[in-house]
Design a binder for this molecule. Sequence first.
Ligand code: GDG
Length: 494
Amino acid sequence: MMVQGKRHTLSTTRHRLLVVSNRLPVSIKKDESGNMTAVPSSGGLVSALNPILSEYGGTWVGNTGFASNGESHDAEVRRLLTATTRGTSVRYLPVFLSTEEQTNFYEGFSNEILWPLFHDLQSRCNFAPRYWEFYQRVNQRFAAVSLKASQPGDVIWIQDYQLMDVGRLIRHKRPEGTLAFFMHIPFPAPDIFEKLPWRRQILESLLEHDLLGVQTPRDERNLVACIRTFLPSAEVEREHDYRRILYRSRQTRIQAFPISIDFQQFAHGAASPEVGRRAFEIRRQLNGIPIAIGIDRLDYTKGIPERLRAFARFLRDFPTTRGRISLYQVVVPSRENITGYRRLMHEIEQLVAHINGEYSQPGWVPIHYVHRSLPRKELLALYRAASLALITPLKDGMNLVSKEYCAARTENDGVLILSEFAGAAPELHRGALLVNPYDELGIAESLNRALAMEPQEQRRRMMRMRAWVRRHDIHNWRDSFFAALDGYSGAAAS
Ligand code: GDG
């Protein structure tokens, strides 16, 4: 639709926006005396979408991580959420799940099937049929809350792998509505996706959206290849930088939108005197010994044990570096109700103890290990204090930490060692040292190379990465996504 020669975009017409994600950006916690408080949730999805919602305004639908516990409890949660967003243009709307639903939908279908499968770790999957029933049932619940909270002209933007069936259920009631979806995790190739017993239903549900965003061109190729393989009657057309799918008289645009960060916010925050003082303090407390940081949610996809082993290999193979660098590994608690995650935590703790036991010397510890979530300022101070970032996921949709590290390096120094299987790799490859996260020796050699890297080379590499992330920030991501949606949706015609 053209207005005075200018294309209407979602940003200029301000369509009402409803974001739907599994978790709200705040979690509800109850203390010992039974008082409830709302605390910010952590994770990449929240980091990325928070600045967008605060700026654009809208409704955010999601669950609070707290099992439903009767009418009066639910009403209290609602009141708390309303109080949390008072004075802003954002509204949080809770979806309440029972403990059984949480177990089977979230821990079960989402995190014992979809999460490992979509990260190419199929041997970790548990394809229990009851999980699928709960997945559909809970998706139905999210769809019902979203429908009730929105009007036909609104844009409904569904997030991530836990909610792939919501669009189908909404579409049924709103054939003309504008529905978008963004997948934050990788999309697997057909030979992996085919293991999913419900592969056809999932693809059909995804094709109910007007716009389907994925992180990287590789994810786009994989998704399209899965559609061609498992829905052979779908027609695929290639347009400039996206594909158009025609299936059962609906059109869906599929496109890669590499997600990003609020570059200016990270750069300004990191450059603040307060953060500068804290970074100085951290370096002093560590006796001036440089650090390489690793910052990850507790998750086997992040490659933490593999990284620790590679660090030990580095200390073994390059003995002159002992005492000259430490690894500062932050592991943010995550999904602690899932057995595999608790096992992973113990594995990490044992490895840290073992490596420290083997190599520590007076005045130097090889690995500093922090197992908790840090306040934003402390995180920024660590980014500033760290000469190296060692980010080696086995597979990652994007990995925002790698972009945040670059944004925080306002002096254009520091080296990023990055897994070639992170979604960020194709964007940062001209500045980062890319490694295979399974290749212990390769990582050890890269660490050695990073430690010896001349300041001019660090500067050249860091400047390239910072320029890229500055240009391709979260605002740019939102604008591209909304512009693409405009060309396709009921919103554009309204
Ligand atoms: C998923 C996909 C994709 C971490 N520790 C602390 C903390 N964080 C923040 C970081 C960053 C976020 O959490 C982590 O984001 P990632 O992108 O690295 O990873 P996931 O949580 O797995 O995110 C991922 C993302 O969605 C977005 O699409 O990139 O591939 O898996 O922002 O800063 N924040 C604070 N304290 C911590 O200790 N405050």
